[in-house]
Design a protein around this ligand. Sequence first.
Ligand SMILES: Cc1cc2nc3c(=O)[nH]c(=O)nc-3n(C[C@H](O)[C@H](O)[C@H](O)COP(=O)(O)OP(=O)(O)OC[C@H]3O[C@@H](n4cnc5c(N)ncnc54)[C@H](O)[C@@H]3O)c2cc1C
Length: 390
Amino acid sequence: MNKSPRFVSVPGPVIVGAGPSGLAVAACLRQKRVVSMVLERSSCIASLWQLKTYDRLRLHLPKQFCELPLMGFPGEFPTYPTKQQFIHYLESYAQKFEIGPRFNETVTHAEYDKVTGFWRVKTVGKKLEETVYKCRWLVVATGENAEAVVPEIDGMGEFGGDIKHTSYYKSGEEFKGKKVLVVGCGNSGMEVCLDLCDHNAKPSLVVRHTLHVLPREMLGKSTFELSIWLLKWLPLRLVDRFLLIVSRLILGDTARLGLDRPDKGPLELKNLSGKTPVLDVGTLAKIKSGDIKICPGIKKLKRHTVEFIEGKTENFDAIILATGYKSNVPSWLKERDMFSEIDGFPRRPFPNGWKGECGLYAVGFTKRGILGASMDAKRIAEDIERSCTV
Ligand SMILES: Cc1cc2nc3c(=O)[nH]c(=O)nc-3n(C[C@H](O)[C@H](O)[C@H](O)COP(=O)(O)OP(=O)(O)OC[C@H]3O[C@@H](n4cnc5c(N)ncnc54)[C@H](O)[C@@H]3O)c2cc1C
């Protein structure tokens, strides 16, 4: 039976997504006495962190770069908080700013009605019940990592072993003694390989492109912090050159391990393409020792066998796809000026992508992690406060 939707008029902004970005906007608004409504498709806040990340995960960046506005981390947290600590922090944050999202509501359609001057945001609940929210401001906080990217590999159906995306990978425990092929060499792929080694599995890593691997710390400081500090005094290319020289001294020549570096430096590449350098947490030592093997791209899969592009074949028990995530905005937001329908990111580059027309905002699409989201959140709350008073 198809019931007609419920209609709800929201006096304040509607925020789609209860991850760190959505929580940050709701908190900044609350501080300005603007009450918002947060809609979340899953059953908890920060679902990416709670449901889709591996057990050993810690923040990749030092804690001072991952705080949300208005509330710091507890002093006793380590430099790189564990995922459990980070989740605990986010829960306290939601509690402090009295953010109570409407859970299990997936936004499937949002459109601006020019006649009434309001956004109509449609959600579908667990029992397929529909609700239409009417609001003046719409904040998109669904994240850069809303949907897993799963590549089509020839013969996937024939392989027979476990094939899973990293969003379903929890620990190497279940792969003890098994040969596992990890596809994708970003921070997640590298760390999953290390975790597999630590659980006595035998990982191999598919590397198809050039990449920058940097030590997580240099000269007693985090590489991230040091880079930001150096950029205050030196041009980007010089900082890149410095990072590469120190990396070579600490890590050696990564090309000799099968990890060729791109022509452009790590910071230049991040600025141009958003590609984040890998911060090494011990994986490189395992590649050097031969515990992790480097493989070329996959041509096709057969029963428990992988054929690589240069013709070699090898047997594997399982494949982990560390192939990343994508935005899902084009699937539900019926608006094409602010967001690109190709990648689901704001068209205007950082720091100008946070504001669109007719009360539409984006938070957390800067490719600059939680630091970027916090900057967006403050700007959005200030702008909404201003437009409340006109
Ligand atoms: C493994 C890993 C490690 C990372 N480590 C760091 C780090 O150390 N430091 C850092 O700064 N960043 C890190 N990041 C980046 C990280 O994703 C972000 O910083 C942070 O989670 C982004 O928050 P967000 O709220 O923008 O997106 P998310 O955390 O993805 O939250 C978006 C929310 O929107 C919900 N949603 C999506 N679509 C809909 C819909 N249609 N309707 C309703 N709800 C919807 C989702 O369920 C989700 O809860 C890491 C990412 C990953 C994957």
